[in-house]
Design a protein around this ligand. Structure first.
Ligand code: FAD
Length: 233
């Protein structure tokens, strides 16, 4: 498999980065090809704005999604976006590795999503969910967080983690067509013992060892909806 890991932690010595480095080692050890975008090390620009387009179709009014399409068609997107798209289209499995920030991704990763998952190519019109432009690929998130597991259960104070991650798991990864594997989660990371953190690294290694057989999360198929996207009777 070709695996593209996008990492978004500002500290190279962090546990989160250790998780990412372990993933690279384990996957390469299994014979997979791995490429990494380390967003902080790259000083990745997360701002989706007019500078992303060298040759706008409408210079006087920025419609970001339409300019993404035009920029891709005319090969005038900013070079850093082109690089990320090339890695996305290359991969069979996309892994997003990040610490949970405010129930969500760090801003630098959100900016990567806004800029790299371009309209027209990864989604557009009725090309979403299982008809999305990245269909045939898998995606997984590997995350660290501060909270404890009991805070995130069905009756937990924050609700289920997969509900919290819905904008990412369903609204982004599945939206663009990818089969989304269950997240790998390391809980309460800064407050647990060194030994417990090592155990998480072992658990991550075991998960990655069976990566090709893990069943994806279940989301609706567009086949269940009519041309107006009403549920079929
Ligand atoms: P680190 O602090 O980098 O690492 C923890 C310890 O592990 C350190 O002592 C480090 O030295 C050690 N370590 C490094 N490498 C290894 C290794 N190989 N083996 C063993 N130990 C190692 N949490 C939530 O639950 N919900 C939120 O909504 C949320 N929002 C946040 C918003 C912001 C802006 C911030 C800054 C934090 C937020 N957090 C939240 C907490 C955050 O998710 C966690 O602090 C983070 O994920 C912990 O992972 P880390 O890699 O940063 O830990």
């Amino acid at each position: 498999m070709k695996v593209f890991i996008v990492g978004a932690h500002p500290e190279p010595q962090s546990f989160n980065t250790a998780l990412r480095d372990l993933s690279v080692r384990v996957l390469r050890g299994q014979g997979h090809e791995v490429r990494v975008s380390d967003l902080y090390a790259m000083n990745f620009n997360p701002v989706a704005g007019p500078a992303d387009f060298a040759n706008r179709s409408k210079p006087n009014y920025l419609n970001y999604a339409l300019e993404q399409r035009h920029g891709y068609d005319t090969r005038t997107l900013a070079p850093d976006i082109v690089d990320e798209i090339e890695k996305l289209l290359w991969c069979d499995l996309l892994i997003l590795n990040f610490p949970l920030y405010w129930f969500s991704t760090p801003a630098i990763l959100k900016g990567w999503i806004d800029r790299a998952l371009i309209s027209g190519l990864t989604y557009g019109g009725k090309r979403f969910y299982d008809r999305g432009g990245l269909a045939g690929r898998k995606a997984m998130v590997t995350i660290t967080l501060g909270g404890r597991p009991h805070m995130f259960g069905e009756n937990g104070i924050h609700g289920a983690l997969e509900d919290m991650l819905r904008p990412l798991l369903r609204g982004t990864l599945y939206y663009t067509g990818m089969a989304v594997l269950p997240p790998f989660v390391a809980w309460h990371v800064p407050y647990i013992s060194e030994a417990d953190r090592k155990e998480y690294l072992g658990a991550c290694e075991r998960t990655l060892s069976s990566i090709e057989t893990i069943a994806p999360l279940s989301f609706p198929s567009l086949d269940a909806f009519d041309g107006m996207l009403y549920p079929k009777q």
